[in-house]
Each structure stands twice: as C-alpha cells, then as structure tokens.
Write a protein that binds this ligand. Structure first.
Ligand SMILES: C[S@@+](CC[C@H](N)C(=O)[O-])C[C@H]1O[C@@H](n2cnc3c(N)ncnc32)[C@H](O)[C@@H]1O
Length: 191
C-alpha cells in the first residue's frame, strides 16, 4: 500500500487510539506536502518540527524531500516512540525524533521550521491528546514568549510554515510571503 497517497492510508500506520486523534492533532498530508516544499529549499537543509507529535509532518516531508533532514521535538515520549517506530517501518533515513521540550532545543542547529499550533492544548479543557503533561494558560503564554524569543534570534532568510497559528509567537521581522491551499497554512520568511 502507498501510505503517502491519502490521510486515510497514512493514519492506518498508527495504533487506533492515535489515528483517532488525526483530524484534530496531526497535519493532513496535503498541508504537510505544501509546507515541506516551502521549507526544504537549498541543499542539506535541516528542518525542525516544533511539537512533532507522532511524526506525521516530518515523515511526509522526508518522503518527498529525501535530501533534507526532518527533526521533530516532542514533549510526550510515548508519541516520539511511535514516530520512531513508524519511520523505521517506512525505511525513512532522514527523520530524527527527540523527546523533550522545545525550550531546550538550540534553534540555530536548524535552517527552517514547522509549527502546528503546539501550545493550543493549554487553552482547552477537552479534546487534548492526553492528560500526561501539565497544561495551563500560563504555559501557553510562556511557550509563546519563548518561541518568539528563539525565532527573533534566527538569521534573515529563515523560513517558517505555521498551521492554525495564533501568530502571537511570530516576531514582526517575519513576513508572510504566501498562504497554502488550506488558508490556515502560512509561509513566513525572516527579513
Ligand atoms: C497539534 S500537534 C502537531 C503534531 C505534528 N507537528 C504534526 O503536525 O503532525 C502538537 C504537538 O506539540 C506537542 N507539544 C506541545 N507543547 C510542546 C512543548 N513545549 N515542547 C515540545 N512539544 C510540545 C504536543 O504534545 C503535540 O504532540
């Protein structure tokens, strides 16, 4: 089966409880393909997915851009383990999945970034992935501020694709240069 041909096929790779979360929490294939095409420019490009979940964005990017490296950082180790195991099953050699908080990552090690509203779960009471991590409006604000600071330090030309972003995390030095077919996908470049 070509798992990359539709979301229905790709999401079958995951355990049922994880694929049940797909429509709400994991990037659709069409969005991932457009975002990855915007980010995987140049040669040997290193891309970071900030809050990588079960690795769907990274794996789709890696499949269609074999010369770029896709790293995901994810706070829930159980999700990182699933991403690693499926990347192995798909024989992808250009994905890396790390467990941790994005606040501990050195962003200067990456060229371009993907961000699917990872902090929103701090603002909602239901429909979250699980209850294994602390969630609060204070954390939402703190993570937004930390991401803003990290992004501000990056060099001109840095690209970010955001999906369903509140845009509070985007410093004014980043300009929207395009919108995806799905209008919740936005393309930014640092001036
Ligand atoms: C909306 S999901 C997107 C997953 C993946 N990027 C995708 O598009 O398929 C956001 C993920 O970010 C993770 N996350 C939230 N806050 C985080 C933080 N501070 N550090 C690392 N991961 C975080 C959540 O656990 C969740 O798995």
């Amino acid at each position: 089966m070509d798992f990359f041909s539709s979301d229905q096929h790709f999401d079958q790779l995951y355990p049922p409880a994880i694929s049940a979360l797909a429509s709400r929490h994991w990037t659709p294939i069409a969005v991932a393909k457009e975002a990855a095409a915007f980010l995987a420019v140049g040669s040997n490009t290193r891309i970071l997915d900030i809050g990588s979940g079960v690795g769907k964005f990274c794996m789709i990017g890696a499949r269609f851009h074999p010369h770029a490296a896709f790293t995901g950082v994810e706070q829930r180790d159980s999700l990182t383990q699933i991403a690693q195991s499926i990347a192995h099953e798909l024989s992808l050699t250009n994905t890396h999945f790390l467990t941790g908080n994005f606040t501990d990552i050195d962003f200067t090690q990456y060229h371009h970034f993907y961000f699917y509203n990872a902090f929103y779960e701090n603002l909602i009471d239901n429909d979250t992935i699980d209850q294994t991590v602390e969630q609060s409006p204070e954390l939402f604000n703190m993570y937004n501020r930390k991401l803003y600071k990290q992004l501000k330090k990056l060099p001109a030309g840095t690209r970010i694709a955001t999906f369903h972003s509140s845009e509070n995390e985007m410093p004014s030095s980043y300009q929207v240069v395009g919108v995806g077919t799905n209008e919740d996908l936005k393309f930014w470049i640092k001036l």
